[in-house]
Design a protein around this ligand. Structure first.
Ligand code: ADP
Length: 458
């Protein structure tokens, strides 16, 4: 329970609320306490000014009366006044029965000072007392003191009010924080539930988009993309398995047929030898096909390490063209190579590039009718090398062009010719492993042109 993000967020929010409101309370408290102290000091100073004036106008008796009146108005145990001569002897005062423990006035005013406000704690008084001692022109000392009871009461009631408010803030803040956190995490919960449904096997489902906040929507989109990719891979896997099963069944059936004939037949030795040749040929084809499937799977899964080294592609292409010259000549096809540089350097893997060229040239010769033309071009640009293989064969229909690179895909024209439908898939994987791209262009009835774009060596 305490491990849920929702609860943790709630606790953090509540703690933050609490700390912030405590900080705000302290600030206000300090401000109020300071204001109250200033007000008390002002009050003491104003009273002293008033008494000085009274003494001047109405003499000692008038001052004594004023002391009594003021003390009675505020409360004789809360305020006191006294006038002392130069030696500290009392000349006049309010009722000091509650102020017996007052220290000597002289001790509260350092020599040379004319007025000073001090805060003293007197025995018998629960609150501290603020005392203003003033030296008058004739050397007499006028002293007035006020307990800080009123101020303390104000501060105390503020503290009480805050304590209640603080408790409320914590409770309401906590509840609010819980709802906010739950709402924020609601999107995650929704996505998790949808993901769990998909994980349970329903790969057709996707997480619907909503208004759950940008981060959650991004999470849902990424999840959907991943799920689509998994569904795509599973589809591809099914197709591959179907195709492998289909493509392997045919030659195996043929091999089985031949073997059966051998068992039941009663033919001449040469006939059996022919059958054995057929079995060997079919088996070889099977092995090649299985190897290609494995190789493709390894390249695509990144398992096959394809070390790249600096290669002169012009030389590699020249050799491949030379190798295919006899096959082209058999069909009276002209095989022409044009290159813009004798040093087209790339980072490549020689055996892989040879397989790539072999597949493309093999297809071109296979699909181009007798007396046709195949041209191979190699152009070096600033950062890339373009390898083109174009023929004037039957072309590739538009609807087939984006499928010919799929594994096991074979176009309509190849039904009568040998092949596995894996050649171009392998070519594409090799190009990608060289960080390049391959495209095909054809108007669908007069020739095909394959264009490979490879980065030049670094
Ligand atoms: P395969 O040649 O074994 O059929 P590929 O993967 O090499 O398999 O080629 C896939 C398909 O692309 C071929 O079946 C064919 O329909 C088409 N194709 C490839 N190269 C050419 C070409 N030069 N001219 C016309 N069609 C081609």
């Amino acid at each position: 329970m305490f491990r849920t993000v929702c609860l943790r967020l709630t606790l953090w929010y509540t703690l933050l609320f609490g700390l912030l409101s405590l900080g705000a309370f302290l600030l206000v408290y300090i401000h109020i306490a300071h204001g109250l102290r200033l007000r008390t000091d002002d009050q003491l100073r104003a009273t002293v000014r008033e008494f000085v004036q009274t003494r001047k106008e109405r003499g000692l008796i008038g001052l004594q009366n004023e002391f009594n009146l003021e003390a009675a108005a505020t409360g004789k145990e809360r305020i006191f006044f006294r006038l002392l001569d130069q030696n500290g002897g009392r000349v006049a005062s309010s009722d000091l029965s509650s102020w017996t423990a007052l220290p000597s006035a002289i001790s509260l005013l350092p020599a040379g000072a004319t007025a000073l406000i001090t805060r003293i704690q007197l025995p018998g008084h629960s609150r501290p007392v603020r005392v203003l001692t003033t030296r008058l022109d004739d050397g007499f000392l006028l002293q007035t003191g006020l307990t800080l009871q009123d101020n303390d009461q104000v501060l105390e009631s503020y503290r009480e009010t805050f304590s209640t408010a603080f408790l409320l803030i914590l409770i309401l803040g906590g509840i609010g924080a819980f709802f906010i956190a739950r709402r924020a995490m609601g999107g995650v919960k929704e996505v998790t539930e949808a993901a769990a449904r998909i994980a349970a096997g329903n790969l057709e489902q996707s997480i619907s988009s909503g208004n759950r906040g940008k981060e959650i929507e991004t999470l849902a989109t990424v999840f959907n993309t991943m799920q689509e990719r998994i569904a795509g891979l599973i589809d591809e896997l099914k197709t591959v398995i179907n195709n492998v099963a289909h493509d392997l069944r045919m030659p195996i059936t043929r091999i089985r047929g031949v073997a059966e004939t051998t068992l039941t037949g009663d033919a001449a030795l040469s006939h059996y030898q022919d059958m054995a040749v057929t079995v060997i040929e079919e088996s070889d084809r099977l092995v090649v096909q299985i190897n290609t499937i494995l190789e493709l799977a390894e390249i695509d899964a990144g398992l096959k390490v394809m070390p790249l080294e600096k290669l002169n592609l012009t030389q590699v292409v020249q050799k491949a063209v030379e190798l295919y010259q006899p096959a082209a000549e058999t069909k009276k096809i002209s095989l022409q190579l044009k290159f813009s540089s004798t040093h087209c350097l790339i980072d490549g893997n020689l055996p892989a590039l040879q397989r790539l060229l072999a597949n493309l040239l093999d297809n071109a010769i296979k699909f181009t009718p007798a007396l046709g033309r195949i041209s191979i071009t190699l152009t070096m640009e600033q950062k890339k090398i373009l390898l083109g293989i174009a023929d004037n064969g039957p072309g590739i229909p538009a609807e087939e062009q984006n499928r010919i690179f799929d594994r096991f895909y074979r176009g309509d024209i190849s039904r009568s010719s040998a092949g596995s439908g894996l050649g171009l898939a392998l070519v594409q994987s090799i190009v990608q492993a060289h960080h390049g791209t391959i495209t095909v262009e054809s108007d669908g009835n007069s020739g095909s042109s394959f264009l490979i774009n490879l980065p030049v060596t670094k």
